[in-house]
Design a protein around this ligand. Structure first.
Ligand code: FEO
Length: 392
């Protein structure tokens, strides 16, 4: 296989993963994903930026079959979907030096047992000269690990970003052709791994904005020949300003909690709010995660199972708490049979959430007219809060 040219002296040598259906054994991948690596050929030196998931090593190996020697392997991120084939690359090219930052070196030693004498450490702002081309390193910690960094090729105005700006999309296209399709895959990835670090994401976006950019080449999904598309999407997602959306993750066993959710949904829509609902017993967790990027209010709805929340709701509550979304208000509604400690359990899972907790509405059995009136009042309270935020 021949490396695929994306611009002069820069080649794609990555691997689409058409058949992968879960990322991190957690988030569904309806469009698959890819692990991108890039080959840069200077006048004197050749560098490889990132590798591929070890399950796709054969593809990277095939792309490298025409590359007789390799001087540098740039490791931008140690997570194994990008670094997992590094030991094979280093075995194939005994002369190659790994270039990365100090934190990544520590992680490479523990995660991949890379020989320490093969690693050269760079600092923020350092560069290497390939002969007519320079690779400039910019540290971007917590996108989404502590060692993450990006690499700028000023002579070609290309920024290599690894997970940053990546999209879950397996495609034979080198470049983004359908922005709507890529938007979904990029938001799915951002929501899962980067949204909790959105403050730092905004800082790093500021650094990227200062660069002259023609191409953004991430290590998942196609290359952006219109960098503005993904930069503006990231600016929107990482903003602290939510949208006029109420997210309702819910589950019901005998219909009582669903009746509450249906009623609340109707009332919210009547008041002019948008509602995103997910039955968490069957929902695509990636869709739910993407919805947390926008929601101003999150109402978890669950029946009581063995005194706690339904396990599907408990998992959703845990996950939402871990994401630390920008929503300003959180609430709990649901039904129970004879007793419940659901609110205590869920609030424990949300202990790190920095938001207002609305008064829970728990109903013994099927909701009465008085219970529906409380739900109508809850909808009015949420609408008032959205109005005060200027969302409607
Ligand atoms: Fe695509 Fe953090 O790995």
């Amino acid at each position: 296989m021949k490396p695929r040219k994306i611009t002069d002296d820069v080649y794609f040598v990555g691997a689409p993963d058409w058949d992968r259906r879960y990322f991190d054994s957690l988030i569904p991948l309806p469009q698959g994903t890819s692990y991108n690596a890039y080959l840069i050929k200077g006048e004197h030196k050749t560098a490889l930026i990132d590798t591929v998931d070890p399950s796709k090593w054969e593809m990277l190996d095939a792309y490298l079959s025409s590359v007789n020697s390799l001087d540098y392997v740039i490791v931008q991120h140690v997570e194994q979907d990008h670094s997992g084939s590094l030991p094979m690359v280093l075995q194939k090219y005994p002369e190659a030096t790994v270039i990365t930052n100090a934190k990544a070196k520590e992680l490479l030693l523990s995660h991949l047992h890379v020989p320490e004498d093969r690693i050269t450490v760079i600092k923020d702002g350092d560069s290497v000269d390939l002969g007519g081309l320079r690779l400039l390193f910019i540290l971007t910690p917590w996108v989404h690990w502590p060692e993450t960094m990006v690499t700028y090729l000023p002579e070609r105005q290309v920024l290599f970003t690894c997970d940053f700006f990546g999209s879950h999309l397996a495609t034979s296209d080198l470049f983004v052709l359908e922005e709507k399709l890529v938007y979904q895959g990029a938001k799915r990835y951002y929501a899962e791994i980067m949204s909790p670090f959105r403050g730092l994401i905004r800082t790093h976006l500021g650094k990227v904005r200062k660069l002259d950019l023609r191409l953004i080449a991430p290590s998942h999904g196609p290359v952006y020949s219109n960098p503005e598309f993904i930069l503006s999407a990231y600016e929107e997602w990482s903003s602290e300003m939510p949208k006029n959306v109420v997210l309702i993750p819910w589950v019901s066993m005998h219909g009582s909690t669903q009746a509450m959710v249906d009623f609340l949904t109707y009332e919210l829509v009547e008041l002019g709010l948008n509602v995103d609902r997910f039955d968490v017993s069957t929902a695509d967790l990636g869709e739910l995660t993407m919805a947390t990027v926008d929601a101003a209010t999150i109402i978890l709805a669950s029946p009581t199972t063995l005194t706690g929340p339904h396990p599907a709701a408990e998992m959703a509550a845990y996950w939402i708490g871990a994401l630390r979304p920008k929503a300003r208000s959180f609430g709990i509604i649901g039904s129970y049979g004879w007793g419940t400690r659901m609110v205590d359990v869920i609030k424990g899972l949300w202990s790190s959430v920095n938001a207002e907790f609305l008064e829970p509405i728990l109903v013994k059995g099927y909701p009465t007219e008085a219970d529906f009136n409380k739900l109508a009042e809850l909808a009015r309270t949420i609408a008032q809060k959205h109005m005060e935020m200027g969302l409607m």
